[in-house]
Design a protein around this ligand. Structure first.
Ligand code: HEM
Length: 461
């Protein structure tokens, strides 16, 4: 379910700009930046001009966010410290591209990720999820405690890898896993301009350079393989053959490499994080888990999930939305002003950074009742609990740069959630140490230690 289809936020912003003292609570940025923004908002309101090592305008009201991402998006781009760090790692794929280059890429890629096109990935998603649950049978039988966050990472990487490279992923899975880890480590460092520059020879930068060149070589070989006859119907095959409607041009090898890398890294990590939070919340809310299992039983019986049944998983959808609200994987967003802009009557000069925290926005007490409580019923499409909250829920972004992979991600989450729950109850172990960490994505800092309890019947057997 996506939020209701309204175009303008229901409530205008009526507050004023606050200017806390320079460097206010700056030390908190080094620990947990989501808590830093939360505290600023609690003390100073929904519109703040922060002056510190890095200065920014912080917005925390749906009407302001809507204005930046949608109504006046042309006045903003992603030339910020944070996105420049991603640019070093991924190049200029869709996530970081700007202007004409972004427009061209988005137009080419949009149809590939539309709701109808991504249906063909259903089988591979279900097969990968089923494979993971089968590999877990020994663990379940032995009552083994393991970190399910790692398994979710492996599983969503496999889904993304197979969607892009078919079986070539399986041959290279370990290497791709290592490359991903190195890139994620690089992206998680503070976005300080000099240190992030790949020419600066820190061990992390040198490692990233090596990894990127290995990845390019892997992709070059694979593209050559495809060009010499072994063309496949996976995402790489589609990218190699998709033509610009107007010019008839195909994407260059370099463009494809940047695109694929950004999507595999960004797409698999966000989905695995969301899944880990779902297991965390279901364990804490047995009533929700019970209702979810009942829905799955009613929809699928003892058979594996099929593509046609996905729309019937309404409660599962609500559970996912509520998890994405409380634990938005990409919790932080930022834009750079490319001209002078006016926001809520305030003049903001060109070259300023405007930021918001999805974590705070999606827990805004003016838009959500008991905002910290996990209540999937909020997202009941027939009876939404907080009818004015649609613009306070944007886990996939909003406006022209809304996540292109959102339909893919939602289907993947539904398939994995259903497949695992049909076979196991996921129980968080008493040894689990819980703390939220806000890195590139928002994660449980120490992962999630769980045990599995087999259910009495196994689908398809
Ligand atoms: C739960 C999973 C996911 C979440 C929460 C998520 C979230 C987001 C968000 C918030 C943005 C917008 C950033 C902005 O405003 O600039 C975004 C953009 C993007 N996402 Fe996702 N994403 C997810 C999964 C995926 C997947 C699976 C893919 C690819 C298959 C993907 C590919 C992209 C791309 C390419 C963009 C850039 C779009 C553009 O700027 O035109 N995402 N994502």
């Amino acid at each position: 379910m996506t939020p209701r289809n309204t175009t303008e936020p229901e409530r205008p912003f009526t507050g004023r700009l606050a200017e806390p003292p320079a460097f206010h609570h700056q030390w908190m940025l080094a620990g947990n930046p989501a808590r830093f923004f939360e505290r600023l908002i609690r003390e100073h309101g929904d519109f703040i001009h922060y002056r510190g090592v890095i200065g920014f305008h912080l917005i925390n009201h749906p009407a302001l966010v809507h204005q930046v991402l949608k109504n006046t998006h042309r006045h903003y781009d992603k030339n910020s410290h944070v996105y420049n760090r991603f640019r070093n790692a991924f190049g200029d794929g869709l996530v970081t591209a700007e202007g004409e280059s972004w427009k061209r890429q988005r137009k080419l890629l949009q149809p590939i990720f539309g709701p109808a096109s991504i249906r063909r990935f259903f089988d591979l998603m279900r097969d990968s999820a089923t494979g993971a649950t089968e590999r877990w049978s020994g663990r379940a039988a032995n009552g083994e405690v393991f970190n399910i966050a790692r398994d979710m990472e492996r599983l969503t990487l496999e889904v993304a890898g197979r969607a892009f490279f078919s079986q070539a992923f399986d041959r290279t899975a370990d290497r791709i896993g290592r490359w991903t880890l190195a890139i994620n480590r690089y992206c998680a460092i503070p976005p300080l301009p000099v240190i992030s520059d790949l020419r600066f020879p820190t061990p992390l930068n040198l490692r990233l350079r090596r990894v990127l060149s290995e990845y390019r070589e892997f992709l070059r070989d694979l593209i050559r393989e495809r060009m010499t006859g072994d063309m496949k119907d996976d995402l790489l095959g589609v990218l190699l053959t998709t033509k610009d409607e107007d010019t008839g041009e195909v994407m260059s090898e370099d463009e494809i490499a940047q695109e694929v890398l950004g999507m595999i890294i960004g797409g698999h990590e966000s989905s695995s994080t969301a899944l880990t939070w779902i297991w965390h919340e279901l364990d804490r809310h047995p009533g929700v888990e019970q209702r979810l299992v009942e829905e799955i039983q009613a929809v699928c019986g003892d058979e594996p999930l099929t593509l046609e049944k996905i729309p019937q998983l309404k409660y599962a959808n609500m559970v996912i939305q509520e998890t994405l609200r409380l634990h938005p994987p990409f919790w932080f967003e930022n834009r750079n002003t490319i001209s002078d802009v006016e926001l809520a009557g305030v003049h903001i000069p060109q070259g300023s950074m405007v930021v918001f925290s999805r974590y705070s926005l999606q827990r805004h007490p003016d838009f959500w009742d008991s905002p910290d409580e996990f209540r999937p019923a909020r997202f009941d499409p027939d009876q939404p609990e907080n009818p004015e909250s649609s613009h306070a829920h944007i886990p996939f972004g909003s406006g022209p740069r809304v996540c292109i992979g959102r339909h893919f991600a939602m289907m993947e989450l539904l398939v994995i959630l259903t497949t695992v729950l049909q076979r196991y109850r996921v129980i968080v172990d008493s040894s689990d140490r819980h703390e939220m960490a806000a890195r590139v994505t928002m994660v449980p800092k120490y992962g999630l230690k769980v045990r599995l309890e087999p259910r009495s019947s196994t689908p398809g057997r």
